[in-house]
Write a protein that binds this ligand. Structure first.
Ligand SMILES: [Zn+2]
Length: 452
């Protein structure tokens, strides 16, 4: 029978310096990311408005947008540089091994008090992983603080208090720990039971989990936001008309308090076979005309009508297959484990952590591919809204959204292909065939155009 680890036996060799390999891969990824950011920085520095949207953008808004994006870029390069050094430190030292030993020791003390099913390697693995993620969470706090309360604050986007920010971090971390531990224990069990043939089962398991989360998304959203049924009767009526025209099943329309965190705005729908809801950020309603909000929903429901969700799920399924297929190459690679101090035992969780570092260049490549699909779907949804007659309203909505969130900038194509799941504003406007008739700025609440 075909066995992945047998076929890649040559990778299980003491001649391979795995520490060097992981260090080089991490550094290579950093150099690539930073190069893209530097190219983008150069373009932003020029501060020239792309010709295609010159007529629509107020130069002051463009200037603000550019400054905001430069500030974000600098912060992310600083973050990444810090994380690279941290990564190289963890690779250089046998810190994973020390952590594995320490958590094992602590667990052995607790064993008499644990129920039978919690005495094995899986509990130890979860304990190990939770410790790593707790440390990362704490290290990340100052960066997150700076992002929200210095950068976002400076440009007027931060609307949250420190209390709320801290609460979101704590709730987020707690929720994440419960979820990740649940998923990990399932995966580790699959590795344990199925041995070499885990790939199909692990893929199936993770796919089932992601379907379950997708189903639970209305509940998860409510942990972070306050939902209120849409009050504006006129807007509600127009959205219901749009939904019934598209045969979108009867649905609840909610407004959420996006403004409690940030002034960035959005709208989306939840489309489960048995439950649908449309969710609109209060900031969107605040900034857009009724026609503008309806046009945005025309685009969103286009995603539903064109079956983009099942298609994205299929892409995810392929991605999981690729992830676990490749993990099959490393899960039993003794030379990899022993390079990091694990000479006697090879815990799968450690294999998974090391594998995650090895596969980063592949993740980058997959990112280019998934972005191609996601941009294609965005263009199709725009086209759909255009065919419904929202060409003008959607164009103005998009302009307004991009201007008010300061995301109108010039971009290097390679940077854009890597970082943007959405097409650029100029690309979307030309796709919509928008013809500029007025200048839109953050101050003007754009009115529907009079026929002339
Ligand atoms: Zn979209």
């Amino acid at each position: 029978m075909f066995s992945i680890s047998e076929s890649f036996k040559f990778l299980d060799s003491d001649l391979i310096n795995w520490k060097l390999v992981l260090g080089l891969l991490s550094t290579g990824k950093y150099v690539f990311d930073t190069y893209l950011k530097y190219r983008q920085y150069e373009v932003l520095q020029q501060k020239s408005i792309p010709a295609s949207i010159k007529a629509e953008i107020d130069p002051n808004d463009f200037e603000k947008s550019t400054d905001y994006n430069i500030a974000k870029l600098k912060l992310s390069v600083f973050n990444n540089t810090y994380y690279l050094f941290q990564r190289l430190f963890t690779i250089r030292t046998n810190i994973f091994y020390s952590l594995w030993q320490t958590t094992g020791l602590l667990m052995s003390r607790a064993i008499p008090f644990l129920p039978q099913f919690m005495k094995g390697t899986i509990t130890h693995s979860l304990f190990f992983y939770t410790t790593i993620s707790l440390i990362s969470e704490i290290i990340d706090l100052p960066f997150s603080y700076y992002r929200e309360f210095v950068v976002e604050e400076k440009f007027g986007f931060n609307k949250q208090t420190i209390g709320l920010w801290l609460r979101d971090h704590i709730v987020g971390f707690a929720l994440n720990t419960v979820i990740v531990n649940g998923v990990l224990s399932g995966l580790l069990k699959v590795f344990e039971i199925y041995g070499e043939s885990f790939i199909v089962y692990a893929t199936g398991f993770l796919f089932a989990v992601s379907l379950a989360f997708f189903s639970l998304s209305p509940f998860i959203g409510r942990l972070f936001h306050k939902y209120t049924p849409l009050q504006d009767e006129n807007l509600k009526h127009q959205i219901e008309n749009l939904a019934s025209k598209l045969n979108f099943p009867k649905t609840n329309i909610f407004v959420i308090d996006g403004s409690s965190r940030s002034s960035h705005s959005n709208a989306y729908f939840v489309g489960l076979p048995w439950y649908k809801e449309i969710v609109i950020f209060d900031t969107l309603i605040e900034k857009q005309t009724t026609e503008g909000v309806v046009a945005v929903l025309g685009h969103e429901l286009g995603h539903w009508k064109l079956n983009h969700i099942p298609k994205l799920m299929l892409i995810q399924l392929l991605d999981f297959t690729q992830i676990f297929g490749l993990f099959g190459v490393f899960i039993n690679n003794k030379s990899l484990y022993s390079s990091f101090g694990f000479t006697e035992s090879q815990p799968a969780i450690v294999g998974l952590v090391l594998y995650w570092i090895i596969k980063e260049p592949i993740s980058s490549a997959t990112r280019f591919v998934t972005n191609i699909f996601s941009r294609k779907f965005e263009c199709q949804a725009d086209e759909f809204a255009k065919n419904l007659g929202y060409q003008d309203d959607l164009s103005k909505s998009l302009l307004k959204l991009h201007i008010s969130s300061s995301s109108v900038t010039s971009t290097v194509w390679l940077y854009s292909a890597y970082y943007n799941g959405h097409p650029l504003l100029s690309e979307r406007l030309s796709g919509l065939g928008y013809i500029s008739k007025e200048k839109i700025s953050r101050e003007t609440k754009s009115k529907p155009l009079k026929e002339d």
